[in-house]
Design a protein around this ligand. Structure first.
Ligand code: PRP
Length: 214
């Protein structure tokens, strides 16, 4: 029996697409993947263990080596800057990071504020533009911030654009396109290179088949 490989999966919106991709690559994942609250799922016949983490935490589990590989959005990779290898663009969960705010609104001249779940990405973006802003870190429902006067702008993910639209906000600038990536712990990768490379190969064969939105 080969060594068990642990994969950190992001709970939430990426999860179903990632499971679909793995199944297309012929990994036999049990029905628990479709409807379960389990945080650890062992798939013995594939010698795989899956751990289900918050998306922002996936690179942390992989960097610390408790997961050998993981699936993480490029947004999370940019924000977290963890010491992990990026092996493959899975081309799922396409979206982009954008600056948004109330329509026809100017950034305040004095101490403009930007609310975001991505403080590192947002501060380097405004620093590179030479704009001094105060970053306010939020953990979700970022679109609330300009609506109730907490911030002049937000930096957040736009996927369908519905959240902005339904809250009467507009996009000012697009920052970067995002998709999900397969990442690996550098030491695990060296120790399990043949198994991990097999996974990369099987996934890369099906990546473009699933890339319907790409
Ligand atoms: C994300 C993001 C936006 C929304 C964008 O939030 O932060 O709020 O999705 O998607 P849309 O363009 O399709 O409307 P998420 O639903 O992950 O929850 P959160 O507010 O807790 O971050």
């Amino acid at each position: 029996m080969s060594e068990i490989i642990t994969i950190a999966m992001p709970k939430g919106r990426i999860f179903n697409e990632a499971v679909e991709l793995l199944r297309k690559a012929d990994y036999r994942l049990p029905p628990e993947f479709d409807d379960s609250r389990k945080l650890i799922i062992d798939v013995e016949e594939e010698a795989l263990r899956f751990i289900l983490a918050k998306p922002m935490d996936v690179p942390t589990y992989v960097e610390h080596g408790v997961a050998d590989i993981g699936i993480a959005g490029k947004d999370v990779m940019l924000e977290e800057e963890r010491d992990v290898y990026e092996l493959l663009d899975l081309k799922i969960s396409h979206c982009y990071l954008a600056v948004a705010g109330l329509p026809n609104s100017k950034m305040s001249d004095i101490a403009p504020k930007v609310a975001t779940k991505y403080p590192n990405v947002a501060s380097s973006y405004f620093r590179e533009k030479g704009e001094q802003v105060e970053i306010i870190k939020l953990n979700g429902s970022i679109e609330l911030a300009p609506l109730i006067g907490l911030a002049d702008r937000i930096v957040d993910i736009v996927s369908t654009g519905r959240t902005l639209k339904e809250n009467g906000l507009v996009e000012y600038e697009q920052i970067i396109n995002i998709s999900s990536r397969l990442i690996a712990n550098p030491v695990s990768y060296r120790m399990n290179d043949s198994r991990i490379n097999e996974l990369v190969k099987r996934l890369s064969n099906v990546v473009d088949l699933v890339d319907v939105k790409g």
